[in-house]
Design a protein. Structure first.
Length: 97
């Protein structure tokens, strides 16, 4: 399984618009093959920061997700409304102990 964690900070004026863009991306991504979980969350300590948590069945599924034209459009929108460079980390994981 592949786990993706990321975040983006924006201005208070852009937060609601950015959150809507993020939620549209999340809803579309959940329909893609190999998506186990995909969510966007407002940081409880900084409401101008949105975090992402995703789980994918495989690296190939995540690669296919990144190749979808809508994913590139989402990243462009994200960067246009961000006040700092977005952060993303990708991990290989397994369930259980």
């Amino acid at each position: 399984m592949i786990v993706v964690w990321g975040s983006v900070e924006t201005s208070h004026e852009n937060r609601d618009a950015l959150l809507e863009v993020c939620l549209q991306h999340v809803r579309r991504s959940r329909m893609e093959p190999g998506c186990i979980e995909h969510g966007a969350y407002v940081d409880s300590e900084n409401d101008d920061r949105i975090a992402f948590f995703e789980r994918w069945e495989s690296a190939d599924a995540l690669k296919a997700h990144f190749a979808v034209p809508e994913s590139a459009a989402f990243v462009a929108q994200l960067r246009a409304m961000a006040t700092a460079e977005p952060v993303m980390s990708i991990y290989t994981a397994s369930e259980g102990m």
